[in-house]
Design a protein around this ligand. Structure first.
Ligand SMILES: [Zn+2]
Length: 388
């Protein structure tokens, strides 16, 4: 009886083996894996320093259980190797440059070839996905919890031999090599970017006037009529900024690229892990607003970080002891909480790449992070220039 119930449960595997046992002709060949669908739009969610252990711990912090994050339900995953050309451990500059250009480089270098010497010698600019998208008439956006000139967002739109050159990096956003440059820029860093611009004899007002493009000091100031808003704030509400950017880009006639970075360094473990929880919620919200038939969603990190859950029981807060640690105000290389240890350093192990939507099937196996560039180009059906 039980057997029949199972057969009736219509698991296709059970059905077909039952049919075979009864001497019926074998079912027509198993459905062939369909060719990946072509993407019109790509959204990259970058948890800066959000390695596998931090993703695990974020689920424990947010939900008290593993595997509760939205992204942990996505069907496609791979492990992305992040090192620069000459070391084992990456910084954000090399990590994001590799993803955005398909070319690994050196730590500190923003989307230039590894011939670059940090702070001294330029390498050839390596063309970024955002530049490919601009060249083809797509609309583009960069949203970050961090300064808009920080290494990770910078690697999408600028080329520099030193990630610290914020004035130069910001100015490049207004003198793009392809198309009309980043259409929507929402980030922080207003004070320091302003200082660096001043040191170069420029400033927000001068840049805005020269390029007839206002640079707002907060998201709320950006005019609704402005379809290419630039906001450089002291602090950014990432969720509000990302949803606004998505609204603006979704009216693009030819598709869009949107890159959303949220810091996930766990020097302060609660802050970093909560950022992953919040980013994950934002991803679920954004997924509800796009059509996965023509949009690729990719979650990854530029490099990993030395956090480990090495103890604890179900029902107990994963960050047990955090408040006491925070109150003590110690600035140590290693944070030792009851269940979590943080070696406050970038680490070399692979980070997860998770994907859903058009072209997501290509995300599988171990690969160098430069493969993510190829996956996104393939999703659009684009070929890289010969020089790349
Ligand atoms: Zn980073």
């Amino acid at each position: 009886m039980l057997k029949h119930l199972f057969a009736a449960a219509s698991l296709s595997l059970v059905m077909s083996s039952t049919a075979l046992a009864q001497g019926a002709s074998p079912p027509s060949a198993a459905p062939k894996a369909e060719a990946p669908r072509q993407a019109r739009n790509v959204i990259v969610f970058l948890a800066d320093a959000g390695g596998v252990p931090s993703v695990n711990a974020a689920s424990l912090l947010g939900y008290g259980e593993p595997l509760k994050l939205h992204i942990q339900k996505w069907p496609n995953l791979g492990l992305s190797e992040t090192s620069p050309v000459d070391q084992f451990v990456s910084d954000s500059a090399n990590g994001m440059s590799s993803i955005m250009t398909g070319v690994k480089t050196r730590n500190g270098v923003i989307s230039q070839s590894p011939a670059a010497v940090r702070g001294k010698v330029d390498g050839a600019p390596t063309k970024t996905l955002l530049e490919y998208a601009e060249q083809r008439g797509l609309r583009t956006g960069v949203v970050t919890s961090e300064p808009i000139t920080d290494a990770t967002p910078a690697a999408t739109y600028a080329h520099s031999n030193d990630r610290e050159k914020w004035g130069e990096i910001f100015q490049q956003a207004f003198s793009p090599r392809f198309g009309d440059g980043v259409d929507v820029m929402f980030g922080a860093g207003r004070r320091k970017i302003g200082e660096q611009l001043a040191a170069r004899g420029s400033g927000f007002d001068q840049l805005a006037k020269a390029h007839d493009r206002p640079i707002y000091a907060q998201l709320e100031d950006a005019s609704q009529a402005n379809t290419r808003p630039v906001v450089v704030a002291d602090q950014i509400d990432v969720r509000a900024a990302a949803l606004r950017a998505l609204d603006l880009l979704q009216s693009s006639p030819k598709g869009y690229l949107l890159v959303i970075e949220w810091d996930a360094h766990t020097d302060d473990p609660r802050k970093g892990l909560q950022n992953i929880v919040d980013l994950d919620k934002l991803i679920a919200e954004i997924e509800g607003r796009v059509d996965l038939k023509d949009t690729l969603l990719l979650f990854t990190a530029d490099h990993s970080f030395g956090l480990q859950v090495d103890g604890g029981r179900r029902g107990e807060p994963v960050l047990e002891g955090y408040d006491a640690w925070k109150a003590a105000g110690k600035d140590e290389d290693v944070v030792r909480l009851k269940n979590v240890m943080v070696n406050r350093s970038h680490t070399g192990e692979e980070v997860v790449a998770l994907a859903t939507g058009a072209g997501a099937e290509r995300v599988r196996g171990y690969f160098p992070n430069t493969h993510l560039f190829q996956i996104m180009m393939d999703a659009w059906g684009w070929k890289p220039d010969a020089a790349n």
